[in-house]
Design a protein around this ligand. Structure first.
Ligand code: PRT
Ligand code: ZN
Length: 285
């Protein structure tokens, strides 16, 4: 039987969320400590644990069929692989940062400067596009200390909260790219493997759609049901059921979380009460 091989990060910032995604998709892995390869027990998938930097090459070569990793690593690797799906976790940005005390006007600040980074490919493409000539100094870790030890004038590094830059006396001056975890795939998969990938993507989409939506239940006076229903159109239309108290109904609907916060005041002003907002586990259209 055909099995799809998925490469995920062995340990690091992506590994828990990658394993969590499999679990949310109802895919259970065979337990086996320190194994490099673990089969799933209830889905035609096996998991290969790697360093994230190795995943693009393995997927390009077809040693792994698909992989989960940051878009920053995909872009830096410049391999022939396809990004099939954004996954919404491990969000960060790749930014240029300089000493707090420096005055920054525009990108020309970087002309003829020395920049330390673990992302020389993305950085050189960016500088070329912006007509800036720099010396790029490639280092693989602790990039943020480069300016303070005199190794470089600036850094190009991954930023999330910004606290690493701040505590090293640096300030972010330009975002080069935004990144999140993505699912990548080999470009020449067999039809059988593509069919398994499509089933897997269907599950991922159902899980991710559910995460951004909420199930909402509220009580409303009958004369306001129409107006409130218009605010909460739901998947097809809201469910309206009568309460045992005459003149009142309960409205059930599905709403995007962002939209919920936008309409909450209007719901209340139209007499909605007892508003319950419940998480949804899976959402299939
Ligand atoms: O061992 P392996 O090679 O597999 O892992 P790694 O050490 O190369 O990567 P890892 O686990 O650190 O990160 C994996 C991926 O997570 C990255 O490629 C990004 O796509 C994503 N990601 C999300 C981050 C961050 N947030 C992040 N904050 N990767 C790194 N950082 C580091 C950054 O390098 C800097 O040192 O965190 C620091 C900045 O964080 P803040 O919050 O202080 O701004
Ligand atoms: Zn890495």
């Amino acid at each position: 039987m055909t099995t799809l091989r998925l490469a995920i990060q062995k340990s690091g910032r992506l590994s828990d969320a990658s394993k969590g995604l499999l679990k949310e998709c109802g895919i259970n892995l065979q337990n086996g400590k320190n194994k490099l390869l673990a089969p799933a027990v209830n889905f035609p998938l096996e998991i290969l644990y790697l360093r994230d930097d190795d995943i693009p090459q393995y997927v390009e070569d077809g040693i792994a069929d698909i992989g989960i990793l940051g878009e920053n690593v995909v872009a830096e690797s410049a391999k022939n692989i396809m990004v099939k799906q954004k996954l919404g976790f491990s969000k960060c940005r790749l930014s240029l940062a300089i000493a707090k005390s420096e005055e920054f006007t525009d990108l020309s600040w970087f002309q003829s400067k020395k920049i330390a980074t673990s992302y020389p490919q993305i950085l050189s493409d960016y500088l070329l596009k912006n007509n800036i000539q720099c010396e790029i100094h490639k280092i693989s870790g602790s990039v943020e200390i480069a300016p303070s030890i005199g190794l470089a004038d600036a850094v190009c590094d991954i930023v999330s909260s910004g606290s690493t830059l701040f505590s090293n006396g640096l300030k972010e001056v330009k975002v080069i790219m935004r990144s999140e975890a993505v699912l990548v795939a080999n470009e020449n998969m067999s039809i059988d493997k593509q069919a398994i990938l499509n089933q897997f993507l269907f599950r991922i989409e159902s899980v991710n759609r559910a995460k951004s939506s909420k199930y909402i239940i509220l009580n409303a006076p009958n004369e306001k049901v129409k107006e409130i229903s218009n605010l909460l159109p739901g998947m097809r239309s809201p469910t309206v059921v009568s309460l045992s108290e005459p003149g009142w109904s309960a409205i059930h609907s599905v709403v995007n979380e962002q939209k919920f916060w936008e309409v909450i005041d209007q719901l209340k002003s139209k007499g909605a009460e007892g508003i319950l907002v419940v998480p949804i586990e899976k959402m299939i259209l």
